[in-house]
Design a binder for this molecule. Structure first.
Ligand code: B12
Length: 232
């Protein structure tokens, strides 16, 4: 454990080195649930410094913690401000992962992937996790952000010639926007130039088939498998 960490000894024992990876994941998960961005960031940095694999931090701490946030929000134990605090903490973790000196993802020689959350939708945690995992596998990720209208996806395809475009939506009221993106790409004559896949909580394989998407990704791991399968 680095000396500048101000964590209570009771929380961390006598040193981070004595803490197992599992305990560390739990601490990160707890910090995200508490909405403590500073502590989350510090723990992630310490974990990286101690050689913990970034992918494992994402899978075992971040995805888990935001799923727990979702569960608590659903159960009425968390309110929007709590959710916002937790998502802020998870963003801090992603930032720490991205800026870590020992993070992989330095070369981007495997092609471009465009990602974005569709119009009307502000959810971006899942998209950011998927984007980060793709970057670790040396893909260049053009992240269009949230609330992205179809024309911006079309423009990004023209500009970046991606292998694949990943659309994200977390609301039943916004998944219809995915169809609009596919239609706009089609109308621009670009549908044959790129694959389009869809992801997010309310999205299903059936829905993906219905709107003519090339693929449905259940989670970030599935995304990697899919994109890998496209590049060979
Ligand atoms: C965090 C959150 C918020 C935060 C978002 C912060 C942010 N920066 O993202 C805030 C507070 C802003 C928010 C707002 C709202 N939310 Co909200 N939110 C959530 C919550 C709790 C967690 C979502 C999340 O981050 N999950 C964790 C990530 C890791 O999982 P994931 O997104 O599913 O992503 C995984 C896969 O889907 C996939 N994936 C996802 N996207 C992508 C993209 C690509 C390219 C790829 C490859 C993969 C991929 O990979 C990821 C990792 O495996 C969910 C509950 C839940 N159980 O999901 C509700 C939830 C999605 N929200 C909901 C609602 C209703 C709202 C609001 C309308 C609330 C309100 N009354 O204002 C607003 C809408 C705002 C808007 N216009 O978008 C509902 C949606 C219900 C529905 N049927 O539509 C949910 C399900 C909660 C609930 N049970 O009611 N929310």
């Amino acid at each position: 454990m680095a000396q500048d960490t101000n964590l209570p000894a009771s929380e961390l024992g006598n040193g981070m080195k004595e803490i197992s990876d599992e305990e560390l994941y739990s601490l990160i998960e707890e910090a995200v649930l508490d909405g403590d961005a500073e502590l989350t960031m510090r723990l992630v940095k310490e974990a990286l410094a101690n050689g913990v694999n970034p992918d494992d931090i994402v899978a075992n701490a971040l995805v888990k913690s935001m799923s727990a946030v979702g569960r608590d929000f659903k159960n009425g134990e968390f309110y929007i401000p709590d959710v916002l605090m937790s998502s802020r903490a998870s963003h801090a973790a992603l930032f720490a992962l991205q800026s870590a000196s020992n993070a992989p993802a330095l070369t981007k020689d495997r092609g471009v992937v465009v990602v974005g959350t569709v119009a009307g939708d502000l959810h971006d945690i899942g998209k950011n996790i998927a984007a980060l995992m793709l970057q670790y596998q040396r893909f260049e990720v053009v992240d269009l952000g949230i609330d992205v209208v179809p024309e911006v996806f079309v423009q990004a395809i023209r500009e970046h010639h991606p292998i694949v475009v990943g659309l994200s939506a977390l609301l039943t009221t916004t998944i219809g926007e995915m169809r609009k993106v596919i239609e706009a790409v089609d109308a621009a004559g670009l549908r044959d130039t790129t694959k389009i896949y869809v992801s997010g909580l309310p999205v299903t394989q059936e829905f993906a088939d219905e709107i003519g998407a090339d693929h449905y990704c259940e989670d970030a791991r599935d995304t990697l498998d899919y994109v890998e399968s496209l590049v060979g």
